[in-house]
Design a protein around this ligand. Structure first.
Ligand code: HMG
Ligand code: MG
Length: 287
């Protein structure tokens, strides 16, 4: 009997990272329908929304409404971003299965994104992570700008490892290592991921790649070679961060699924169904 294919988790982030940068505000109806359509594609994890300041990210202002109205598919983990305790309170009330605290390896990006230094952000995250663990809610810690910063340029792997170590120490179960502006190369990705894998097993690491220079897929290959088996992706390649000028979309889920299938990995996700959702949400954005 041939061995069962190895499983790779593809976390669908289009409802959050995909939409947060869109200038035109979509109604909650469309967001709920997006999450529900994605829920039928076979994903095990969907990043739904962010409990952040509506002034900072107007598109995510309806986080509570969207969470309340989605139809949850059993076995799918519905996660949200929470920058502080207020965000956590919203996430908890909304019955999020998982939360994400999001830090940065770059001081300037930390200031621009969440209005505090890296050290201050870690102090803010600590009680959030503790509260989530206490409530039995899974916690991801993101390190943005792991491969470069839109303001500072190069970022040292040691800077990434420092934040990663702090996030692990406060109790994050998973680390998401993010190429916020898509400047990574396979070599740089390997260096950064090795620095992270010195701290934590690959099973607890996720790769989050924006695709500015169409290198996300080869960067994912570099991660796969190191044993990492979880990647964020966004239907139709939507995405970007309002605080990261020049960054384009997340790597397209459709491309990641095809690449993984070609390499013999199982994802449980129906690529044709995702393609249909991707076309549908793109049409909503131009309608
Ligand atoms: P601040 O101004 O330092 O915080 O912002 P504050 O506590 O002084 O509050 C300012 C205002 O926000 C107040 O309202 C608060 O009530 C409100 P006002 O009195 O002015 O009307 N507020 C909140 N409202 C709702 N929910 C909350 C909340 N907290 C405060 N949780 C803060 C700090 C972090 C809140 C702000 O900077 C913020 O919300 N930033 C959002 C950043 C963000 O969402 N960025 C995009 C996601 S990260 C990303 O895309 C990267 C990622 O994809 C990985 C990668 O690619 O790198 C994950
Ligand atoms: Mg992102």
């Amino acid at each position: 009997m041939p061995a069962a294919p190895e499983f790779v988790t593809v976390v669908e982030v289009s409802p959050r990272d995909g939409l947060q940068n869109e200038q035109r505000l979509l109604g909650a109806d469309v967001k709920v329908e997006l999450v529900d359509r994605l829920g039928r594609c076979g994903f095990r994890a969907i990043e739904v929304t962010s409990f952040v300041s509506p002034k900072a990210v107007p598109q995510m202002a309806d986080a509570a409404e969207v969470m309340a109205r989605i139809h949850r598919v059993p076995g799918v983990r519905y996660s949200v971003l929470t920058p502080n305790l207020r965000g956590f309170a919203g996430a908890h009330a909304a019955r999020a299965d998982a939360i994400c605290v999001f830090g940065s390896a770059s001081e300037t990006f930390s200031q621009r994104n969440i209005n505090c230094s890296i050290a201050e952000s870690l102090d803010r995250f600590r009680p959030v992570v503790a509260a989530a663990r206490e409530a039995g809610i899974a916690v991801r810690g993101t390190v943005s700008c792991a491969l470069g910063c839109p303001y500072e340029g190069a970022v040292a792997p040691e800077a990434v490892a420092r934040v990663a170590r702090a996030l692990l120490a406060m109790g994050c179960e998973e680390l998401s290592i993010a190429d916020t502006i898509g400047v990574g190369t396979p070599e740089a990705t390997t260096r950064v991921m090795r620095a992270v894998l010195d701290l934590v097993a690959p099973a607890r690491v996720n790769g989050h790649f924006h695709d500015t220079y169409q290198r996300a897929l080869v960067n994912i290959d570099a991660c796969l070679a190191l044993g990492i088996r979880s990647f964020d992706a966004s239907a139709a390649g939507l995405g970007g961060c309002p605080f990261a000028p020049g960054a384009t979309g997340n790597v397209a889920t459709e491309s990641v699924l095809e690449r993984l299938a070609a390499q013999g990995f199982a994802t449980g996700v129906d690529v044709d169904a995702v393609r249909a959702v991707g076309a549908w949400i793109r049409a909503q954005l131009v309608a």
